[in-house]
Write a protein that binds this ligand. Structure first.
Ligand code: SF4
Length: 223
């Protein structure tokens, strides 16, 4: 079914989906340092590092950056070359430059604070919709769903829908992600979907045999 002709999702199906994944998450929620804090600066650093990088790879760099620059003021006083040296194992030099530029802009335009508004966050270099909404949710407790290729894949497979080729720009999948997300504990929910996409409903060889969604998964039925 094409996303352009998508009917509303069945409420009972959505509730069941949530229940199954919440229950799965009790055993499988991954433990990363940025998941134990709601400090906006720390979340901001984590979300920057997690762009195009696996969480396990980003974790040591996160610790080093926060150790060296414990506050936003410290980071904005650093030279870009110092930041780049720490982030070097991740590659993508432009990300260091964007982190540096963002820190400068936060000082000059936002009074040295991480803003809690998605619109304001989107003004920062290197902050796209996914990163902005993750910061809003993980640091400020807002109820914003996120959509990356993991989340898109789970939604498409389980609900039997097909989004556009570039998932991150598919408005209908974004809408579905928001519709599926609970109003409470949205941060935990978003992270659960990431964990589930990384560990069970993987891009290659999904582990359908041990999947808690298998009873009602549209993809499994049609295959
Ligand atoms: S049954 Fe397979 S395809 Fe369906 S959600 Fe689970 S892992 Fe993904």
């Amino acid at each position: 079914m094409s996303a352009k002709t998508l009917p509303p999702l069945d409420t009972q199906q959505v509730l069941w989906f949530r229940r199954q994944l919440r229950s799965w998450s009790k055993q499988h929620f991954r433990d990363f340092p940025w998941r134990k804090t709601t400090d906006p600066y720390k979340i901001f650093i984590a979300e920057f590092l997690l762009q195009k990088t696996a969480a396990a790879t980003a974790a040591p760099i996160y610790e080093i950056l926060l150790d060296r620059y414990p506050t936003l003021a410290d980071l904005s006083a650093a030279r870009v070359e110092e930041i780049a040296e720490i982030m070097d194992p991740l590659g993508l030099f432009f990300r260091s430059q964007r982190l540096y530029d963002s820190a400068q802009q936060l000082q000059t335009q936002f009074g040295g604070q991480i803003p809690s508004s998605e619109t304001e966050l989107l003004q920062l270099p290197g902050v796209g919709i996914y990163t902005a909404r993750s910061i809003c949710t993980n640091a400020f407790g807002q109820t914003k769903a996120v959509l990356d290729t993991n989340v898109a894949r789970i939604i498409e497979r389980f609900f039997g829908v097909r989004g556009e080729r570039v998932k991150s720009r598919c408005k209908i999948l974004w809408g579905l992600a928001q519709q599926i997300a609970p109003q409470k504990e949205t941060s935990r929910w978003n992270l659960t979907l990431l964990d589930f996409g990384a560990g069970v409903c993987t891009a290659q060889k999904p582990r359908c045999d041990e999947c808690p969604l298998r009873k009602r998964c549209q993809s499994l039925r049609s295959n």
